[in-house]
Design a protein around this ligand. Structure first.
Ligand code: AMP
Length: 606
């Protein structure tokens, strides 16, 4: 029988005896590490879920959040911006310090195994583990050390970090060290998505996997899976009712389904719906309360520092100082008033010279929704009421605008509004049901998107995940000549291949992609990737790029939309548009379902 918990023994001075105090139960990190090792071995969602259910059942509610963050390779929710990211060099120095092995020998083992965690476990195996005063390695200790390490700043931070890491490695077994390093280096690839973790939490704490939907609702308004886990473990489903929309906890955005023509909008919505210009910029969620403003991206990351101009203007823009708004920030030529390409915003994504970048690349903020005002959630208010409130609170002028909107009654209305949107430099229209509430975190038919591009070729640009690459030849030697791309299937939580793309890349694109992708190389294909084609190099499925294509065809060599014995879908003549979608996570890429819809639409128009 394995010993699961560390029991602390403390002297009780009053009765001169030792009392066993079970103040809290700490899970040994070795238990978690064993489960992580099992998870690495499987790609099956059901197996992953049941391994997690086992772990969750063993841990005390006070420590469940730590486990959930560690399973995702983080220590806090994304929006807090606490980065674990330790550089390989630093990890090598820490391993050297705890093992007494030279950095060169560690480097050699790293090259041999292809994984620093693996290398560390081999090296530490050789080291005697009989240190008498070794402190127990608990999940809590690992978590808190990593959290402290992620938060140290200042000139001595490097040395401090190495000290923290080696203090853990000193007491860790080889398997524990392997996973500690994987977490630190961000290289733990378990292939578990948020939905799978929520399935396991629902099963472990409520006995019913179907209750995931209630956990998801709490997650949609908090974007903090650790907090959802802790509340479910401690207070059950009843506890989840305490999750409310709150400033500074980002809300998962509502998304839109694609339609191809103006008449599709009428047939889906009936008459009397709203259409808004669809602007091409960056989606921003702006939170203001207690004299403080924060901006979150569509990926729910805190991006406040890139929008200092917006922060400064907010108190003058909004009549309420306690509010959550959604807007599209679009780069603009302030002299001509013309919208500029989306890429201009990316110049603001930098550490140095940020102030200059902000003034060189000005934006206008186009508000389209209000999610909370004066201590009240607006998510359950219908579109019509939210728009009215938005029109009331936003003072247009300067960098603030309301997204142009029209209530559509006839096909002629929408055709005309589409034309004026495109003439104003926008992509097309967003069509919204006037009686729809704001469905956080979901893509449904209450919001539809109609882009001008949809009317040509396949009918849209697609956002696809880079899962692998093939080495370039000739001029492209030394970079990746062709990339293997995938769609996302959220039902299975898998990435399914759809095409190889080798055209549309400028030399500088190839360089940039090479740099980014080299950080994502895996030694074997990711558990969440399903591909019949064998790439030269596999990547963690994280990077999203935009492509266009002439046609969607059926194909036996790709797995998107492939059922047993059937062909999948492939793209004909795919081309990179030049856009790396840093604003999208892999789980926000185009889905297999969207491809099927586009394929069916395509068939109709022939
Ligand atoms: P998608 O991301 O493909 O679902 O398309 C929706 C995206 O269009 C949103 O994430 C916004 O960034 C952007 N967008 C532009 N204009 C609007 C608008 N009027 N309403 C909602 N989203 C808009």
């Amino acid at each position: 029988m394995i010993q699961y918990y560390v029991i602390s023994i403390q002297p009780n001075l009053e009765n001169q005896s030792f009392m066993l105090i079970l103040s809290s139960l700490y899970m040994l990190f070795s238990i978690l590490a064993e489960s992580l090792a099992k998870m690495e071995e499987t790609t099956k969602r059901l197996e992953l879920t049941s391994i997690m259910v086992d772990i969750f059942k063993q841990v005390s509610p006070d420590h469940i959040a730590e486990i959930v963050y560690l399973l995702q390779g983080k220590v806090r929710p994304d929006y807090e911006g606490v980065e674990v990211g330790v550089a390989e060099k630093m990890a090598i120095r820490a391993i050297a310090k705890s093992s007494g092995t030279s950095q060169a020998a560690i480097q050699a083992k790293y090259v041999e195994t292809g994984d620093l965690g693996e290398a560390a476990s081999h090296i530490l195996e050789k080291k005697s583990q009989t240190t008498l005063f070794a402190q127990e390695v608990t999940v809590d200790r690992v978590y808190n050390t990593i959290l402290k390490m992620a938060q140290v700043e200042g000139s001595r931070s490097q040395d401090m970090k190495i000290k923290y890491i080696s203090s853990l490695l000193n007491d860790a077994s080889p398997t524990e060290a392997r996973f500690i390093l994987k977490i630190l280096l961000g290289s733990m690839r378990l292939g578990v998505a948020e939905n799978t973790i929520m399935d396991a939490l629902a099963e472990a704490y409520t006995g019913e996997r179907a209750n995931r939907i209630l956990l998801e609702e709490a997650y949609n308004v908090s974007s903090d899976l650790g907090r959802v886990a802790h509340t479910t473990a401690k207070y059950g489903l009843e506890g989840l009712k305490s999750f409310k929309v709150t400033p500074f906890s980002p809300i998962r955005p509502m998304l839109a389904e694609r339609i191809r023509t103006e008449s599709d909008a009428l047939s889906k919505m009936g008459v009397g719906f709203a259409a808004e210009y669809k602007l091409d910029g960056e989606r921003v969620q702006i939170h203001m309360a207690d004299g403080h403003v924060e901006v979150f991206s569509r990926k729910l990351e805190r991006i406040t520092e890139y929008y200092l101009d917006v922060i400064e203007a907010m108190p003058d823009i909004s009549k309420s100082s306690n509010i959550i708004l959604e807007a599209e920030a679009v780069p603009i030529n302030t002299e001509t008033g013309e919208f500029l390409p989306f890429q201009n915003i990316m110049h603001r994504r930098r550490k140095h010279g940020l102030e200059k970048a902000i003034s060189d690349y000005p934006v206008v903020v186009n508000f389209f929704d209000i999610l909370y005002v004066d201590d009240q959630s607006f998510l359950d208010e219908v579109y019509e009421k939210r728009r009215q409130m938005l029109q009331y609170v936003i003072k247009e002028g300067g960098i603030a605008r309301l997204v142009p909107m029209m209530i559509i009654k006839t096909e002629a209305d929408i055709v005309e509004f589409m034309e004026s949107s495109v003439n104003a430099g926008c992509e097309g229209l967003m069509v919204k049901a006037t009686d729809s509430i704001y469905r956080a975190g979901s893509r449904g038919s209450q919001w539809l998107k109609l882009k001008q591009d949809y009317q040509k070729g396949v009918g849209d640009t697609l956002d696809l995940v880079v899962i692998g690459a093939f080495y370039g030849k000739g001029r492209r030697a030394g970079t990746y000549g062709t990339l293997l791309l995938a769609t996302y299937d959220d039902a299975q939580d898998m990435f399914l291949s759809i095409c190889k793309v080798g055209s549309g890349f400028k030399d500088e694109d190839l360089d940039t992609l090479y740099q980014i992708l080299n950080e994502k190389i895996l030694t074997k294909v990711d558990l969440r990737v399903d591909s019949i084609m064998e790439a030269d190099v596999w990547f963690a499925p994280e990077l999203v790029i935009e492509v266009v294509a002439a046609e969607i065809t059926r194909s036996p060599i790709h797995t998107t939309g492939k059922a047993d014995g059937d062909s999948g879908f492939a793209l004909r003549f795919p081309r990179f548009t030049g856009r790396i979608r840093v604003d999208k996570s892999a789980e926000q890429a185009s889905t297999a379902e969207e491809i099927l819809t586009l394929y069916n639409g395509q068939a109709k128009s022939y």
